[in-house]
Design a protein around this ligand. Structure first.
Ligand SMILES: [Zn+2]
Length: 404
C-alpha cells in the first residue's frame, strides 16, 4: 500500500515504524492497564506537499496531500468543510471581541469523530478487512457504524454503560454488532476491547485514541480554521476526554507553520469536567513525565462524552499544552448549564438560523470560555475559536437538557 506520508515514528524511542503494524510497537512502561498509549507521530514531505495560501475546500479530503491517502480511495460521507461562526453577542457578554465556533456538529454523523473514522475505515478497507471494532462512549461508535456500513464492513462496537439511550438509537444497526459493557469508566472498556481483539485477528482495531490514522483526519480541523480566518487564532478551546482532539489540532497547526503558511500556533486549551479531568490535574500539577495522571472516581456528569479516568494520549496532550503555552480549564455541570443558557439567550439568531446547538459534552466550551475571559494575560481582541465537537440531536432527553 502506498502512503502519502514520509515517516511514522514512535515518540518515545524515535524508531521508524510500519504504520500497518503499529499495534506491535509497544513500550512496557507506557501501557495503561495493558493497553498501549498513543505514541506515534507522522510526518510528510513538507517541501513537496504545499497547501496553497488561499485554499477553498468542501471536505477534509481536499487536504489529501497531507492525509495518508489520495481522496480517490476515501470511504467518505462528506466529512469536514464545517462552518465557522462568529459568536459576537456571546463574546460581547464576556468582554471578548472575536469569539468563533467551529461547528463540527455539521459533519455527516454530527461529530468531529467522522473525520478520524473516515481515515481509519479507509485504511481497514484498503487492507482487505471485512470487520472493524472500536470501544466507545458514544460518538465514535455511532460514526463507525455508518462508515463501516458505507465500506460494506461489519462494525463491532464496545459501549460503556453510561451511554445515553438517545445515542444508542442513533447507531446504524445495519451490519453493526453492539457489545454492551457493564463498566462505566473508559479505561476498563478499552481493556475489555483489547482482550477481545487478542483472539480475533480478522477485526481491524479502530481504537480512536491510539490508532495513528485517526489523528490524521482530526488534524484537518486546524487547516479549515486557518483558511476560514486567513490566519491561526490565538486560542483554541476543545472538550477533551483523552485529548486526542487537542493533540491532533495542535499537530495540524504545527504543519501549517512548517509549510510557511501560519506565523503562529494557537495556545491550546484542554476543557474537561471537574474531577474527571486527568489531563488538567496532571498539567496543573506539572506532572509532565507520567504515562497518565488518573482521576479514578469521576462524577456522573451531563458531559457524558468526556468523563475521563486517564488519557492514552497524556504525553502528547501535555506536550501540546506546554509548547503552545496553553491551559487546562475544568468546569462543573452547573457552570456548563449556566454558560450554555447564556449562549442560547445571546445568540438566538445564530442558534435558529444555523441550528447551532450542541450536546452537553460540547457545551463545556462555553463555560471554559467564561473562565478564560476572566484570566490575566488574555487579550480581549484575540481570535478565540471554540470547537463545537457534537451537534444537538445526540443530547440526553432531546433539547431539554438545558431548558430556558
Ligand atoms: Zn518506541
Amino acid at each position: 500500500m502506498k502512503f502519502n506520508f514520509k515517516l511514522v515514528k514512535c515518540d518515545f524511542c524515535n524508531r521508524k515504524i510500519d504504520p500497518l503494524k503499529w499495534e506491535l510497537h509497544k513500550h512496557k512502561d507506557r501501557m495503561i492497564n495493558g493497553v498501549s498509549q498513543g505514541i506515534f507521530s507522522t510526518s510528510y514531505d513538507y517541501k513537496k506537499n504545499k497547501l496553497k495560501p488561499n485554499m477553498k475546500f468542501n471536505s477534509m479530503w481536499d487536504f489529501c496531500e497531507l492525509l495518508p491517502f489520495d481522496k480517490k480511495f476515501a470511504i467518505t460521507l462528506g466529512e469536514g468543510g464545517t462552518p465557522l461562526y462568529k459568536a459576537k453577542k456571546f463574546g460581547k457578554l464576556l468582554g471578548l471581541k472575536n469569539v468563533y465556533i467551529k461547528d463540527e456538529g455539521k459533519n455527516p454523523i454530527k461529530s468531529f469523530k467522522d473525520r478520524g473514522i473516515s481515515v481509519v475505515v479507509t485504511v481497514a478497507k484498503l487492507l482487505g478487512f471485512k470487520k472493524i471494532g472500536i470501544p466507545s462512549c458514544g460518538n465514535a461508535g455511532i460514526s463507525l457504524s455508518f462508515y463501516a456500513s458505507k465500506a460494506g464492513m461489519e462494525s463491532i462496537i464496545f459501549l460503556s454503560r453510561n451511554i445515553s439511550k438517545n445515542k444508542l438509537k442513533l447507531l446504524n444497526n445495519e451490519g453493526t454488532k453492539i457489545i454492551s459493557s457493564d463498566v462505566n469508566y473508559p479505561k476498563f472498556i478499552y481493556q475489555k476491547f483489547f482482550n477481545f481483539l487478542k483472539s480475533k485477528k480478522d477485526i481491524y482495531n479502530a481504537f480512536a485514541q491510539v490508532n495513528p490514522f485517526y489523528h490524521q483526519g482530526i488534524k484537518t480541523i486546524a487547516y479549515e480554521i486557518f483558511y476560514q480566518l486567513n490566519k491561526a487564532p490565538e486560542w483554541i478551546l476543545a472538550p477533551c476526554a483523552d485529548g486526542a482532539i487537542l493533540s491532533a489540532i495542535w499537530t495540524g497547526f504545527k504543519e501549517l507553520e512548517k509549510l510557511g503558511l501560519s506565523k503562529n500556533i494557537p495556545h491550546m486549551i484542554c476543557v474537561q469536567i471537574t474531577d474527571g479531568d486527568p489531563i488538567n490535574q496532571g498539567f496543573n500539577k506539572k506532572l509532565f513525565q507520567l504515562k497518565s495522571y488518573e482521576t479514578p472516581n469521576p462524577p456522573d456528569s451531563i458531559a457524558e462524552g468526556i468523563i475521563a479516568t486517564c488519557s492514552f494520549n497524556y504525553s502528547k496532550v501535555i506536550k501540546a499544552l506546554k509548547e503552545s503555552k496553553g491551559k487546562g480549564i475544568s468546569v462543573s455541570d452547573v457552570e456548563v448549564k449556566e454558560a450554555y443558557i447564556e449562549y442560547l439567550s445571546t445568540e438566538k439568531k445564530l442558534v435558529s438560523e444555523q441550528n447551532a446547538e450542541f450536546e452537553p459534552t460540547t457545551a463545556t466550551i462555553f463555560a471554559a470560555l467564561k473562565k478564560l475571559s476572566k484570566m490575566n494575560g488574555v487579550d480581549k481582541n484575540s481570535d478565540i475559536v471554540v470547537i463545537g465537537t457534537g451537534g444537538w440531536p445526540k443530547i440526553k432527553n432531546g433539547r431539554n437538557w438545558c431548558s430556558l
